[in-house]
Design a protein around this ligand. Structure first.
Ligand code: SF4
Length: 495
């Protein structure tokens, strides 16, 4: 039996995950568009990293022709003109690895470079590198050292050409993350032993299901929970859930009055037990601070690993769309305004210019989770300082609905979540996101990537544009409808 580097790393996360990957891969959730987008982004970063090693040669044989890849690697090792090998492929002890970059340091010594699209080293990368060192050493490669090459969050793109010496940081794995070869060998022994068993190991779901990455068997091991499950209390910690389950309490309805819960969790229990929303006596007072004209505002962004425009750093947000619903006075209809960048040119200035016009003169600008919109406006003012006065006015008028709901409302249908996706259908029955073609921010980013792709035909572009406009408008019309619904809730007695 042979395993790959990625399977070894999956086995470090969870031996059951490794077992499923090898013996029952059909149990995995299908790859999502978001996962594919992350993978594609990782490939782009990898290609950029290769440019930092001129004279390097790529082993082109793919995963279906690994024998060819191993042979090609051997040939390139024997050619001293080749200064680096990309996707160098080796096998040793039943483990197959493809090294991102194997840099020739002298006639017979090499440096292994692992490329990551993150902006900092993470502890689990040590296993990526450790297994490669193990295999390369076993295959007779004399390694002079290893490097982890990741993106530099402080690098600022000049808009012309990447300065690769600053775009990336290359350093040894931090000492506190390092794993010994003895540990790698022990882990391999465990993994091959488990793989030889007739059934998967008995591993209970836990933190390892999402840390360091979400396991593709998550849904298999963690089937859907009933809507009153104790783990669906807002912000409840794993230890408390474990305490409740250990004492036989699975349903929120069974939680004893004396069980220690936070104020918010207590309200959620009260709402679940009564079957009615919990509403604070202070809600009406908080809503009365809204000032007309009221604008309801939402932004959509992407945050690419590789910066696209001048002044941007890796993972800076590119704002490509906004939606505003505007109500001039009480009882007046809400009017919709929007902006969507439709090509690949820099959208920041037109985004901001059009936004400033749409919200001009607003008394309150309602957003859901101010931190996000506020951070985007702070970035925009750095890039476009001439808009500082308008941005300052927008920020001073912002009115965040999320903390108002957190402080004042809990609906049994929130299911432990205060996200707009949970709150909107609970407070405004019949209005939600699940029937939309684009139903969440990550999908919006992917759809926008297709919209601005020159390879997308006109008919597809029209469809994508429509889906994006509908999605973003649903967010802001949803905010307006939530405020309406909150105003109609029965006033709670003062406590
Ligand atoms: S979902 Fe959790 S328990 Fe199941 S295989 Fe994955 S990591 Fe292991």
């Amino acid at each position: 039996m042979r395993i790959s580097k990625s399977k070894f790393v999956a086995g470090v996360q969870c031996l059951k995950r490794l077992y499923f990957e090898v013996h029952q891969p059909e149990l995995a959730a299908g790859s999502t568009e978001a996962a594919e987008a992350v993978m594609e982004q990782g490939q782009q970063v990898g290609l950029e990293a290769q440019k930092a090693f001129p004279g390097g040669v790529l082993v082109t044989a793919d995963h279906e022709h690994l024998g060819d890849a191993i042979r090609a690697t051997r040939e390139l090792l024997g050619n001293s003109q080749v200064l680096a090998i990309f996707e160098a492929t080796f096998e040793y002890g039943g483990v197959l690895v493809r090294a991102d970059i194997l840099e020739r340091r002298s006639r017979s010594k090499y440096r292994l470079v692992e490329v990551k699209s993150s902006t900092a080293p993470k502890p689990h990368y040590a296993f990526d590198i450790g297994i490669q060192k193990h295999v390369l050493s076993g295959a007779g490669i004399h390694l002079e050292g290893t490097r982890l090459m990741h993106l530099n969050r402080n690098y600022v793109f000049d808009g012309q050409k990447y300065d690769l010496s600053r775009l990336f940081v290359a350093a040894e794995i931090p000492k506190e993350h390092a794993v010994s070869d003895a540990e790698i060998s022990n882990r391999l022994d465990d993994q091959f032993r488990i793989l030889g068993q007739p059934s998967p190991p008995d591993v209970k779901p836990g933190r390892q299901c999402t840390d360091p990455v979400e396991c593709e068997f998550y849904n298999h091991c963690n089937p859907g929970l009933p809507s009153d499950h104790v783990s669906l209390l807002p912000g409840i910690r794993t230890e408390k859930v474990d305490d409740l389950l250990a004492s036989g309490v699975m349903s929120i309805h069974q939680i004893p009055d004396a069980f220690p819960l936070s104020t918010t969790q207590g309200r959620a229990v009260e709402a679940m037990k009564s079957g009615k929303p919990w509403i604070s006596a202070e809600l009406a007072g908080e809503l009365s601070t809204l000032r007309y004209p009221i604008c309801f505002m939402d932004f959509e962004t992407i945050f690419p690993a590789l910066p696209r425009f001048a002044g941007m750093r890796p993972y800076d947000h590119i704002p490509f769309q906004w939606s505003v619903h505007r109500q001039e006075r009480a009882e007046a209809p809400v009017k919709r305004y929007d902006y969507l960048a439709e090509n690949a040119s820099d959208p920041r200035a037109p985004f901001l210019e059009s936004l400033c016009q749409a919200v001009q003169g607003a008394g309150s600008i309602v957003v859901y989770n101010e931190v996000f919109e506020s951070a985007r406006l702070d970035e925009l003012v750095q890039w476009l300082p001439e808009y500082r006065p308008q941005i300052t006015r927008i920020k001073s008028a912002m009115w965040d609905l999320l903390p108002v709901i957190r402080r004042n409302v809990y609906h049994p249908a929130f299911g432990g979540s205060y996200s707009l996706k949970a709150v909107l259908p609970a407070l405004v029955p019949g209005m939600g996101f699940k029937d939309l073609a684009v139903a969440e921010g990550i999908q919006a980013g992917i759809a926008w990537g297709r919209l601005i792709d020159p390879a997308t035909n006109a008919e597809q572009k029209a469809q994508l544009k429509q889906e994006l406009l509908v999605y973003c408008a649903q967010d802001t019309l949803g905010l307006a409808r939530i405020i309406e619904a909150l105003r109609k809730l029965p006033r709670a007695p003062a406590r």
